[in-house]
Design a protein around this ligand. Sequence first.
Ligand code: ATP
Ligand code: MG
Length: 433
Amino acid sequence: MHRKAGIAPPQPVVIVVEKLKSCGHTAYIAGGAVRDMIIDQRRPGDWDIATSATPAEVSSCFEHVVPTGLAHGTVTVIEEGMSIEVTTYRHDGPYVDGRRPEHVVFLDDIAADLARRDFTINAMAFDPTTGELVDPYGGVSDIEARLIRCVGDPAERFSEDKLRMLRAVRFAATLGFSVDSSVVDAARALAPGIVQVSVERIMDELVKTVRAPKPGAALVLMEDMGLAPYILPELCCEVGEEERKALYAACDRLHPEPKERFAALLSPLGPNGARIALARMRVSNQFSITVSRIIEGAQNLGQNPSDYELRLTASRVGQDCLLPAVRLNRALCRQGTGSLAVADLGSEGIEAVESLEERAGSVLAAKPALRIADLDISGKEVMEATGLSQGPRVRIVLQRLLDQVLHDPSANKKECLLEMATGIAEEMEQELA
Ligand code: ATP
Ligand code: MG
């Protein structure tokens, strides 16, 4: 079959295929890059090449190679500064643990290599030097039907590698495709087996899923496949299916930023519960802290936050987390999830996300003091003005000054603060007396 693909491969990729062929081997662009070229909507992330050449033969064809994954037949070729993975056609040996093949067998036939791949849309190969497209499983027609189908029997393919169930969810999210009912049925039967897969591989797919523009429908699919209790066990213990689905829908209203979307998914756990769940998921500390701050911010904001409440929230959770927290707060209010203390949704009306986001943006643009360090007064100056000696009371004065300034940013002037500091210190004196 010949077909003119939509997106042209970069020159170095074509050169690598040409060189392999001139050395007497066959070689194709294979997998995700071919899919993305045909879909013609996004540039492929990586341009993987599959070849009949063994890793040793690939290495001898090129000057600059890095032996990245020799056991799996992968060599990285550096051509004109571009890193291109070249993998020998292979067949996966028996899957002993539902995760990875015990060993791989090198082959010299592209069709056999495509047979080991997960979905028809990922099981195509393209020769950029001739325009030949190898599509033994109907990948093109599935792309046209916007459908995810397995290569072969879904139950068998999912039994080999349980992660493929979640990969179906990921491709549904990133491509906006439907998943064939045979795939959903097989996943339903095999969902508990996903626990055999390492949390790192699961998170890789989950993060790619939530990075999609609108992951809501795919997350509902994950729920319908019965995967949710294994992927998000903490959430499933906390809330029922209906509320979980409302949270998945809420994700669509947020920016396609994993931290923001994870904040939505874990919001019913609160900031601390979210951190515990994220520790299990082995994400970075920074990721986990940001997610929990976004949740805390969204909770603090309540239904109709004033400018002071916006500044107070930014002060507590950090200004970078304010806008994500605003969006999460609105998404949860609009979705009517019980995760936030939203009183009576109908009674007062909720400020639209755009206008609250705009207002929060203006609040931050005014560069208000949000931390003690931003105050136009130092601890030393507080001590001089009040006669307090170094200790926790100075900190209390500064904290109260900050609170005043959060109420009225124009009060962040030395003279004004010195006067307020004296007043606060006197009040404290009286309270203690
Ligand atoms: P992306 O654009 O996100 O990189 P991709 O399709 O390239 O998507 P990868 O995970 O990089 O996805 O995998 C590259 C190719 O390898 C896939 O297109 C598929 O053909 C094959 N593949 C990857 N993982 C599996 C798996 N678990 N089971 C079967 N085939 C797989
Ligand atoms: Mg890839």
